[in-house]
Design a binder for this molecule. Structure first.
Ligand code: AMP
Length: 228
């Protein structure tokens, strides 16, 4: 039986780092919608350029596009063993679509993790964060190496990590994405982790929470038919 994990939390909470680690440790497919978009922008199609402008302003890309991207990934054979979703769903419409898609696949429970970090700490982290221009690996604030430890690519600041855009992204998170937490909060598989701790500690707690949540999970088909 597979396992599906949604990593929720504001920008800068460490979702991407933890999602990467979780996927590696549990042999799950990581689906990061931000990474997929940044990859697509390298093609420079007109549609990609419009989406990039939105992303650089900290705004969300439309639900229809994002749901189509995630549906496509979830239908691929390598998603069959289970997935870790990072950056999706970001709206209630996306969360409802995810329930429908996972219900059709019917391969294991959905565990939802909320990574909680105070806003002041998020702003500090995002301002100091850099990303590899080649493979997308993120470096922690304070790590000033010019080249990526993984592939040697040039490290740079993400266009949407500057102060003004960070504040906009946090506002968008409060308005559009916080309601998604309410959508999930009453499920038996919803868990909260303190993301202010050292990454190793977060990873350890995350694993315990996921095992615990998966053990009480009911099949998603049944869950989405009930009054959640
Ligand atoms: P992230 O790398 O997850 O911080 O995403 C960076 C940006 O990509 C966001 O600020 C949005 O502009 C866009 N984006 C990523 N995922 C989604 C999504 N699920 N829905 C809408 N926009 C998204």
């Amino acid at each position: 039986m597979g396992l599906n994990v949604v990593m929720m939390g504001p920008p800068g909470a460490g979702k991407g780092t933890q999602a990467e680690r979780l996927a590696r440790e549990r042999d799950l497919l990581k689906i990061s919608t931000g990474d997929i978009l940044r990859d697509a922008f390298k093609e420079q199609t007109p549609a990609a350029l419009v989406a990039k402008a939105k992303m650089d302003r900290g705004e969300l890309i439309d639900d229809e596009t994002m749901i189509a991207i995630v549906r496509d990934r979830l239908m691929r054979p390598d998603a069959g063993r289970g997935v870790v979703l990072d950056g999706f769903p970001r709206t209630v419409t996306q969360a409802e679509a995810l329930d429908r898609i996972l219900g059709e696949r019917d391969n294991g429970p959905l565990v939802v993790i909320d990574v909680v970090v105070p806003e002041q700490e998020l702003v500090r982290r995002l301002a100091g964060r850099r990303i590899c221009s080649n493979c997308g690996t993120t470096a922690a604030p304070g790590d000033m190496e010019a080249n990526c430890a993984r592939c040697g690519g040039v490290m740079m600041q993400r266009a949407d990590d500057n102060q003004d855009v960070v504040l906009e992204r946090l506002k968008v998170y409060q308005q559009a994405t916080r309601p998604v937490l309410e959508y999930y909060r009453n499920r038996p598989t919803f868990r909260v982790v303190n993301g202010s701790q050292a990454p190793d500690r977060v990873a350890h707690e995350l694993n315990t929470l996921i095992d615990d949540a998966a053990s009480v999970a009911v099949p998603l088909k049944t869950a989405s038919e009930g009054s959640l």
